[in-house]
Design a protein around this ligand. Structure first.
Ligand code: GLP
Length: 279
């Protein structure tokens, strides 16, 4: 596991965006070999998407041979609703880059048969060759995608009922009206994300500090589903200083020490290739 600590949200967003950019460039995607990228929504990845759009506009990167798979989507919210994850992704990212819309996959929370939709999504990921880099975000209760506390850590894409904490946390996107927040969602499973070759989880803000502590300083626990990534061989947690507030000083010092050379990422393509201790 890697923990990359940046001073603030903007720097964390930039670091994450550079990492994604560099991984795609190094992969050399082509019509025969697409780069597959898992993506989150939410306020956390917004800055990262802004930076990726900048890199696309300046000609650094193309998404022509990139396939994306989003983590989750609300059930029953019209696709065109401003808070649907479809709207989020198109407005904040996809419409600003050169991705082929056919390659930007998002679960359909309005499918007639939701279970079939989830199974078909898993199949599409497999047919795409699996996910090369899954970027994720978490809720303050440590859920990844919509894998709420108590979710199976080997779960696959499925329908989930949202926890009260998640509904409260997401009410800010629905005029703070709890009754307007959908109560169900489709989500990739913890196991679906675990299958990715590499996982990068973005965690910023003091309100996520306890979740980060649970994710990395305590044991694997299905009540904090992000903790499952302790068992993934290539996980990078990218966070800001605020998110480290509940960590031990020695944890922060250790990771800041190991990262000081890697933080010159601009020059590097892969975090892992630059490092000798690959856990
Ligand atoms: C929702 C989404 C998650 C997302 C989380 C955090 O619960 N299902 O995928 O990571 O919100 O959102 P934010 O980044 O806005 O805190």
């Amino acid at each position: 596991m890697r923990l990359v600590i940046l001073d603030d949200y903007d720097l964390a967003s930039e670091w994450a965006a550079k990492y994604i950019r560099n991984r795609i460039i190094k992969f050399k995607p082509s019509p025969e070999r697409y780069f597959t990228l898992g993506l989150p929504t939410g306020s956390t990845p917004y800055g990262c998407y802004q930076k990726l759009i900048e890199y696309y506009r300046s000609g650094d990167i193309s998404f022509k041979y990139v396939k994306t798979f989003n983590m989750d989507e609300y059930v029953g919210l019209p696709r065109a609703h401003p808070e649907s994850y479809h709207s989020y992704m198109w407005n904040n990212f996809f419409k600003h880059i050169d991705i082929d819309p056919a390659n930007a996959h998002i679960l359909d929370g309005n499918a007639v048969d939701l279970e079939t939709e989830c199974q078909a999504y898993e199949k599409k990921i497999t047919e795409a060759g699996g996910i090369e880099l899954f970027v994720g975000g978490i809720g303050p209760d440590g859920h990844i995608a919509f894998n709420e506390p108590g979710s199976s850590l080997v779960s696959r894409t499925r329908v989930k009922t949202l926890a009260k904490d998640t509904i409260v946390a997401n009410a800010r996107f629905f005029g703070n009206d709890l009754s307007k927040v959908p109560t169900m969602a489709l989500t990739v499973g913890v196991g679906t994300v675990m299958d990715a070759k590499e996982v990068m989880i973005l965690i910023t803000g003091a309100h996520k500090a306890f979740a980060l502590y649970k994710a990395i300083e305590e044991g694997v626990n299905h009540m904090w589903t992000v903790s499952a990534f302790q068992q993934h061989p290539r996980t990078i947690f990218v966070c800001d200083e605020d998110a480290t507030l509940e960590l031990r000083v020695k944890t922060v010092k250790y990771f800041k020490g190991t990262n000081s050379k890697h933080n010159k990422l601009q020059a590097n393509y892969s975090f892992w290739e630059e490092s000798s201790d690959l856990n």
